[in-house]
Design a protein around this ligand. Structure first.
Ligand code: DQA
Length: 148
């Protein structure tokens, strides 16, 4: 059963991203997740899109929200799975289980950091990856959605 596609873009954020702004600002920058949400909402308005911003420290919530994105007819998902990027077969399977396109987002560039960050399960199924641009990674990813 397919639902009509809406203009809503789910922006799903994984563990420790609730601490953005205070958390290792030399790596992740000074913007909080609320700052990023406000930036995204402004740009989304210009692009005729809507943002559904979520954050959880729990892997299963992210899986449930990927399923929900499809069930609600989301246009796309921006997913910063944070550390689960590098560990979660459950997230890989969830991305493969839905037809909603998922764009992988990272503030930092994990490929230039510790070796354990070089592998991305999310990237194995994501339509695209935007990383290393700080908060702007989210904006570039949103602009990519507008072109889908
Ligand atoms: C991150 C990169 C991950 O390796 C890390 O575990 C994070 C944040 C990023 O946005 O740069 O928590 O996803």
């Amino acid at each position: 059963m397919s639902v009509p596609i809406t203009n809503t873009v789910y922006v799903l954020n994984g563990p420790n991203l609730n601490l953005l702004g205070m958390r290792e600002p030399e790596i992740y920058g000074a913007d909080t997740l609320d700052d990023i949400a406000a930036m995204l909402e402004d740009r989304a308005r210009e692009l005729g899109l809507e943002i559904e911003m979520r954050q959880s420290n729990h892997e299963g919530h992210l899986v449930d929200w990927l399923h929900e994105a499809q069930a609600e007819g989301a246009k796309a998902v921006l997913l910063n799975a944070a550390a689960y990027t590098h560990t979660s077969i459950a997230l890989l399977d969830a991305i493969k289980a839905i037809r909603t396109p998922v764009i992988e987002v990272h503030l930092s560039d994990p490929s230039t950091r510790e070796p354990f960050r070089h592998h991305s399960y999310v990237g194995l199924a994501a339509a695209k990856t935007v990383q290393g641009l700080g908060a702007r990674s989210y904006l570039v990813a949103l602009e990519a959605v507008a072109e889908l």
